[in-house]
Every structure is written in structure tokens, then in C-alpha cells.
Write a protein that binds this ligand. Structure first.
Ligand SMILES: Cc1cc2nc3c(=O)[nH]c(=O)nc-3n(C[C@H](O)[C@H](O)[C@H](O)COP(=O)(O)OP(=O)(O)OC[C@H]3O[C@@H](n4cnc5c(N)ncnc54)[C@H](O)[C@@H]3O)c2cc1C
Length: 388
């Protein structure tokens, strides 16, 4: 791990920090929380924020300039993430589109698809969801059954997807379909960019245990999708899917910033919370101290994992399985932090911000590839262990 912030990245930091200081205060009421369930006035304000970011060239700085990005290098991207976090900037409206789906469109899309989709995605005018998982195809994604049969200049799509984050808000979907059932399961898959307003698409929201309408089921009945919606070659959707998933897992590397500030907040709470009749605080309790030290070290480990990925990128290494390591460490540490908050705050930890967090964070070891699946990737691709 050998990187420093070059002068260009520091110049970019100065410019960005000034812009954020001038613009974020007007959106202080929204804050840096998730935009997944925004509605009404908050949704409108998030649209406003996304337009502002896009007009200033800050909505997707790593993208090529011709599609609205800045062609920013690795260290500028690191600086960008740090400064957005520092400023408490509101979230993007279109996290799945920008982080996971856009890289696949940039890599596999035709020029027409790039020009049609990327600028609208960047501004949050089009919201995207990912239609990968099915009731019988999650970890074993290649078993997916949702079918697309060619009929002249359209594909006729039939089947069901599930757990689609933002499906209730999205007007576009990156959809994995089976276009050739006669070949081995990884080979007959294609990827379609589907207009969610087409007849025959029904979105049914699923409400989570936190009572938020986070994700959805999507049903496709004889949906006629133009052949121009194909992303990448027909029957080679697996490659497109892997590109999307690599970015989904890799994006998690940036999360050490929010995780480590959560840990710092918990340490402060531990110093202020009295846990016994002698007036000792949670931070003075020998057992809780051990747990606090453990999550602190895990947070620092995640920073090192992230730094290693950054260093690799600077040396021209593809993200690859490092994304799985970051995803694994981040998701497990989030849960350990939640459990430790319970030790520090007792029943108080079941209310307010911690209450929501401690339930929601159970999903982190499932979404974007479960812990077990990421461990399999790590075992095979990093440790070189046999499949069985
Ligand atoms: C918050 C959240 C958001 C999501 N958003 C989306 C989305 O936007 N779009 C989308 O398409 N999907 C989405 N998903 C779905 C997610 O990708 C799947 O839940 C995930 O891939 C696991 O699939 P599954 O739920 O079918 O579990 P299963 O695959 O049935 O797994 C069940 C259990 O078996 C274990 N397991 C399975 N296979 C193996 C193996 N080979 N070795 C060891 N253990 C194994 C798993 O680790 C897990 O513990 C989301 C999920 C969550 C929780």
C-alpha cells in the first residue's frame, strides 16, 4: 500500500470543499441518510440536489467527460468520497444506477445506449433498479428462469424477480433473462435494459421489518421489450452481470468512512453511559472495553482493505475479488458494531437511530452476495483453494 495524495488531488479537494461549503448547508434538512425511501418534498429536494451536483460536474466524477463525468483518476475519487462524507452531503437519488449499472453500460453499451441512458441517470431523472434475483435464484444467480423469447424485433419477457431495491421508484431496470435454455446455465443468459412503464410489468412492494418499502417483487407477463434493449452480446449476460456485481461489492470500500465515524460515535457514547451503581461508564467496564476495542480494530482493518484496493487501482490492478473482501469485512463489522451498541446502551439501543440500524444491518451480510458466497470467492480466487 503505497499511495499519497498527489498535488492535483489536493487541488481538486480544495475546489470541491469550497463548492460543498457553499451548497450543502441549503440541504442540511435532508442530511447524509439514505435516499431509498424518499418521498414527497424530500424526494423533490433530492432531485434538486442531484441536478446541482450534475450541473457542477460532481455527480459521477469517474465517468468519461463525454457522458457528464470528469474522467477523474483514482485519487480524485478517493478525495471525492472523503469530502462528501466530511460535508455530510445528501445522498444520490440513484445509487444503484450510478454505482453498479452505469459501469456495465459504459463497458458493454452501444454509443446510442450510453448517450441515451448515462446523462439521465447522472441527473437522477431516470432511476434504475437491478433485476437479478429470483425466488429460486439468489446466490446461485445463474439458475435464473425469467425468460426472453425473440419475436421479430422484440423479446417477449415472462417471469418474476424479487428483492429489487428501488423497484417502486425506478423507471428503468437492468434485467437478467434466459434467452437460451438449451445450453449450460451460465451461457444462455442475456441482459436487457428495460423500460419499467412497458405493459405487462407489475411491481409489488415488499415492506421490511423496519417498516420501510425498501424493495419489491417484479412480475413480467408477455412484456414486449425492443431488441435494442440488449446490453452486451446476446447470451453473454453473465459477463455483464459479473461487471455489475464487481462494482456493487467494490463500492463498499468507501463505506469505511461512515462505519468508522459510527464506531467513534459509539466510543463517545460508551464514555458517557453509566452502567453500574458505582458510576462506572460502559467504557470502563472490562468486558465492554474488549468489545469496543474489537470493533475499533475491525474498522481500522476495513480502512486497510480499502487502502489496499486503492493501491491496486493505482497500479492498474482490476478490483476483482478485493471487492468481496471489503464487502465481507464491512458487513460483518457493521453487525458487530450494532451488537456492541446493545452492550453499551442496553435497551436504549433498541430505539431511535440505533434501534433502526440494529435491525436493518442484518441485511448487510445478505445483499450484494452473502457472507458465505463471498467467502467462497475469497477461498477460490485469492487463496487458490479447490471448489470442493
Ligand atoms: C437489502 C437487500 C437488497 C437487495 N437488493 C437487490 C436488488 O436490488 N436486486 C436483486 O436482484 N437482488 C437484490 N437482493 C437480493 C440478494 O442479492 C440475495 O438475497 C442474495 O444474493 C442471496 O440470495 P437468496 O436471498 O436467494 O439466498 P440463498 O441464495 O437462498 O441463500 C440462503 C443461504 O444459503 C447460503 N448459501 C447459498 N449458496 C451457498 C454456497 N454455495 N455455499 C455456502 N453457502 C451458501 C447463503 O449464504 C445463505 O445463508 C437484495 C437483498 C437484500 C437483503
Amino acid at each position: 500500500m503505497d499511495f499519497t495524495y498527489p498535488p492535483e488531488a489536493e487541488a481538486f479537494r480544495k475546489e470541491l470543499r469550497a463548492w460543498l461549503e457553499a451548497n450543502v448547508p441549503a440541504f442540511a434538512d435532508i442530511g447524509a441518510g439514505s435516499g431509498l425511501n424518499a418521498e414527497g418534498e424530500t424526494l423533490e429536494r433530492l432531485h434538486e440536489w442531484n441536478h446541482l451536483l450534475a450541473d457542477a460536474g460532481y455527480a459521477a466524477i469517474s465517468w468519461p467527460v463525454e457522458y457528464g463525468g470528469r474522467g477523474a483518476g483514482t485519487m480524485e475519487q478517493v478525495v471525492f468520497t472523503e469530502e462528501m462524507h466530511r460535508a455530510g452531503a445528501p445522498p444520490t437519488l440513484n445509487p444503484i444506477g450510478l454505482s453498479n449499472i452505469a459501469p456495465s453500460i459504459i463497458h458493454f453499451g452501444t454509443e446510442e445506449q450510453k448517450r441515451r441512458f448515462l446523462p439521465a441517470m447522472l441527473r437522477g431523472d431516470d432511476i434504475w433498479c437491478q433485476g437479478f434475483s429470483e425466488p429460486e435464484a439468489g446466490s446461485d444467480l445463474a439458475s435464473l428462469k425469467c425468460s426472453a423469447v425473440r419475436d421479430g424485433d422484440v423479446y417477449v419477457v415472462n417471469g418474476q424477480k424479487t428483492w429489487n431495491t428501488l423497484g417502486h421508484m425506478a423507471n428503468w431496470c437492468e434485467l437478467l433473462v434466459r434467452t437460451d435454455p438449451s445450453v449450460s446455465k451460465h451461457k444462455g443468459i442475456s441482459c436487457l435494459l428495460v423500460d419499467m412503464t412497458l405493459p405487462g410489468i407489475e411491481v409489488r412492494p415488499l415492506t421490511t421489518i423496519t417498516r420501510e418499502p425498501d424493495f419489491n417483487e417484479i412480475f413480467f407477463t408477455d412484456v414486449r421489450v425492443p431488441v435494442g434493449a440488449l446490453l452486451g452480446p446476446e447470451h453473454e449476460g453473465w459477463r455483464v452481470a459479473m461487471t455489475t456485481l464487481t462494482y456493487e461489492r467494490g463500492g463498499v470500500a468507501a463505506l469505511h468512512l461512515s462505519l468508522r465515524s459510527k464506531i467513534r460515535g459509539l466510543l463517545d457514547e460508551a464514555k458517557a453511559t453509566v452502567v453500574d451503581a458505582d458510576g462506572r461508564t460502559a467504557a470502563q467496564d472490562p468486558v465492554i472495553r474488549q468489545k469496543l476495542a474489537q470493533v475499533y480494530l475491525e474498522g481500522e482493518l476495513l480502512k486497510l482493505v480499502s487502502d489496499r484496493a486503492i493501491s491496486g487501482a493505482l497500479h492498474g490492478r482490476d478490483l476483482g475479488p478485493e471487492g468481496s473482501v471489503a464487502k465481507l469485512v464491512w458487513s460483518e463489522t457493521e453487525q458487530h458494531v450494532g451488537e456492541t451498541a446493545g452492550d453499551v446502551l442496553g435497551t436504549e439501543a433498541n430505539q431511535g437511530k440505533w434501534g433502526r440500524d440494529r435491525v436493518y444491518m442484518r441485511s448487510y451480510t445478505i445483499a450484494g452476495g452473502t457472507t458465505q458466497v463471498n467467502k467462497n470467492i475469497l477461498a477460490q480466487r485469492i487463496l487458490g483453494l479447490p471448489r470442493h
